[in-house]
Design a protein around this ligand. Sequence first.
Ligand SMILES: C[S@@+](CC[C@H](N)C(=O)[O-])C[C@H]1O[C@@H](n2cnc3c(N)ncnc32)[C@H](O)[C@@H]1O
Length: 369
Amino acid sequence: MHLILSAPENRIFLEQEVVRALPAAVLEPVGDSMLALKAPGSWVETCAAVGLTAFARQWLPDARTFPVPSIRAAAENLVTELIGCLPDGAPWRLHVEPRFGIAEAGRHRCELIRDAVIEQLRKRRRSLLRGLDAVPKASAGEAAALLGACPLFQPEESLVQLLLTSLEVGFLSVLPAPGPSAAMGWISPFPQGEVPVAVDKAAPSRAFAKLAESELRMGRRIAAGETCVDLGAAPGSWTYQPVQRGARVIAVDRSPLRDDLMRSPRVTFHQGDAFRFVPETPVDWLLCDVIAAPERSIGLVLEWVRERRCRHFVVTIKFKGQEDYAQLDVLKREMPRWVESFQLLHLCANKNEACVFGTVGNGPLKNAG
Ligand SMILES: C[S@@+](CC[C@H](N)C(=O)[O-])C[C@H]1O[C@@H](n2cnc3c(N)ncnc32)[C@H](O)[C@@H]1O
């Protein structure tokens, strides 16, 4: 059984998404924000069959019930299991999280369980303790420093998730390396897939949080010296972020951006239709938060990646109601043909919308002009 987590209001849409991809799937709701998925075959086969699901925040592959009679007993049992299945000294991460009602009591208990696990490891298997939260070299350095405590998984890392659904019981999932890094888009480095919504009071609007969250989930930030096209840029929270970091932005909108951004030497404002804009030369980033029918935004991002007009992209797909969600399936089908990696997600910062973001690849970019 695999457990899939969503925001409570999205569980029904997650269910529909999984059933569209895998009509034979047996799905059972667990609480108000989880689905238990039973499917024949291994987790890797299930993952491939279901594909990306925009409304899933986190997966717990091969999850099973895990009793928590006491903190000490839970820690002892968990460590016994881990000694049997994790290689000594190899890096691994441990997410112990509450998933019920008011989280406070649960969070405290989870912290105590985690401490007790560390204590047990110290007594019983120090070589395993050395690997806990040991960030492999490839993700150390600038990216890890920029992205905080949850860098992307590296191929050497395993993930252990213990999710408490009450004080006395939970679900345990152990995903050995290279599972977590191989399943980016399914397995989030963020516990329960939750990213705190970023706030910057100096930004022109709260749209700021969507780009900030997409960058965190990509494990990549727009950097000084890079070039961006920002479509539907006004009032300018997305443009504001690369500008703050020393990148250059061609901002396209029918309306002007906030005054300070219009005056910035790093911003070139192009007044016009986002859907007709083609850059003279390819750029590092396509940013697009334009308000448009989903099929238009989907068509736009597919055209940009097919034409290799950008190296990376973050694009919002906005919905009017709930009937259009199945249109996201076009992205799931088409994107893999054109890009190196991508994710499709209803972000924590999204309203009735989803974001698609990823990397086209390192090959030569096409001169579009
Ligand atoms: C949600 S707002 C963008 C917010 C922006 N990302 C920010 O951070 O401030 C959507 C913008 O899309 C613009 N827009 C809608 N349709 C457009 C089109 N066809 N061409 C250019 N801009 C368009 C609107 O004028 C509006 O400023």
